[in-house]
Design a protein. Structure first.
Length: 194
């Protein structure tokens, strides 16, 4: 396993901290809006929290609390961990609608990608989302991550509903270009916020 997988990642807009029990109340408050869960694999924020802690304890996932202004506003995780192949997935990402359009998700992805490629030495970072989730797909295309296709009937979600998953990736050869694009977007967002 990567020793530095669960490292605190600090940006200008958000800070990602490895998930701890003291984040629970803030995450519950941030997760209260039903719009967050409409296209997630679960529509149960309490269940999501239980699974996140269990999978973190089992070493199969590294969840992070996303903080803005010192308050929990969402979460994202490293999962599908394959250190022997220098590959992982960024997923289980959700954020309070109050952060939508603020650059918080862009910076969170930037911090996670930078850490994956530059500290952990990843060769490939994967993403997958519900094929119907246009907001998430637009955000992934905007990184830019490369669209790799649709896995039909990939998962059973939200109590048995069939989900087609859209897959995206960034590989180490593309990281310099993706990093530059994200840094330009973040610089623009910072100037706009002033």
């Amino acid at each position: 396993m990567w020793e530095e997988l669960g490292t605190r990642l600090e940006g200008r807009v958000v800070v990602l901290e490895p998930l701890r029990r003291e984040h629970e109340d803030g995450l519950r408050a941030a997760a209260a809006d039903e719009r967050i869960w409409r296209l997630m694999s679960t529509d149960d924020p309490e269940g999501w929290l239980r699974v996140a802690f269990a999978e973190a304890g089992a070493g199969v996932r590294q969840p992070f609390a996303i903080l803005a202004g010192g308050f929990a506003v969402g979460s994202s995780s490293y999962l599908s961990l394959a250190p022997e192949h220098r590959r992982l997935e960024i997923g289980h990402t959700w954020m309070s609608p109050s952060t939508w359009g603020t650059g918080a998700n862009t910076e969170a992805k930037y911090l996670l990608l930078r850490h994956a490629f530059e500290t952990l030495g990843c060769r490939r970072v994967e993403f997958k989302t519900d094929a119907r989730n246009e907001r998430a797909r637009g955000a992934l295309a905007g990184l830019p991550a490369r669209f790799e296709g649709i896995h039909r009937k990939h998962m059973l979600v939200r109590g048995g509903e069939s989900r087609d998953s859209a897959w995206y990736s960034v590989i180490e050869d593309e990281w310099p270009e993706v990093r530059a694009a994200l840094e330009r977007r973040l610089a623009t967002a910072t100037r706009s916020a002033r």
